[in-house]
Design a protein around this ligand. Structure first.
Ligand code: CA2
Length: 154
């Protein structure tokens, strides 16, 4: 099983700025934990972070090409679209087009923050949403996604 983790703009700064909001873990340490857990479950973790909306759209679209060639198919997606959560119809449309199950993750509790963070272009089409649990949220999302995919396979 191949799981793609997608992270949006500024998440490359995790652990380096604003630890009071986003925690002290770096993106590298979060990915190391996810990779270890994925491997223990015989799954492969793929990761892509970008500050550019079109690059995220292109990475999602590339799943269609990978599935029809001999590339690695993606079975599930964990996405923290970051600021694009609140703005991106383009990333929403790309996820709808590939139709791969996905879980939306937010480190902070967006519902406790500014009003503009309380609308997501993803939550109504996601298989699940994890909000406000910091770095652990990615791990919970991975466990839930693998569980769901295994149930679908059996
Ligand atoms: O809570 C989340 O995970 C967010 O997706 C993070 C986004 C924010 O725009 C969303 O409303 C909620 C911001 C990511 C910025 O990441 C940084 C990490 C470290 C230092 C500065 C920014």
């Amino acid at each position: 099983m191949n799981i793609l983790v997608l992270n949006g703009p500024n998440l490359n700064l995790l652990g380096k700025r604003e630890p009071e909001i986003y925690g002290t873990a770096t993106l590298e340490s979060i990915l190391a934990d996810l990779t270890e857990y994925a491997n223990s479950q015989n799954a492969l973790l793929l990761h892509f972070q970008s500050n550019a909306e079109h690059e995220l759209v292109e990475r999602i679209q590339s799943i269609l090409l990978e599935s029809s060639s001999n590339g690695k198919p993606v079975d599930g997606i964990i996405i923290n679209p970051a600021a694009f959560t609140h703005t991106s119809v383009a990333i929403r449309d790309a996820l709808l087009a590939v139709a791969v199950p996905f879980i939306e993750v937010h480190l902070s509790n967006v519902h406790k923050r500014e009003a503009f963070r309380q609308h997501s272009y993803f939550s109504d089409i996601a298989d699940g949403v994890v909000v406000g649990l910091g770095e652990q949220g990615y791990r919970f999302a991975l466990e839930a996604l693998l569980h769901k995919l295994k149930l679908q396979q059996s």
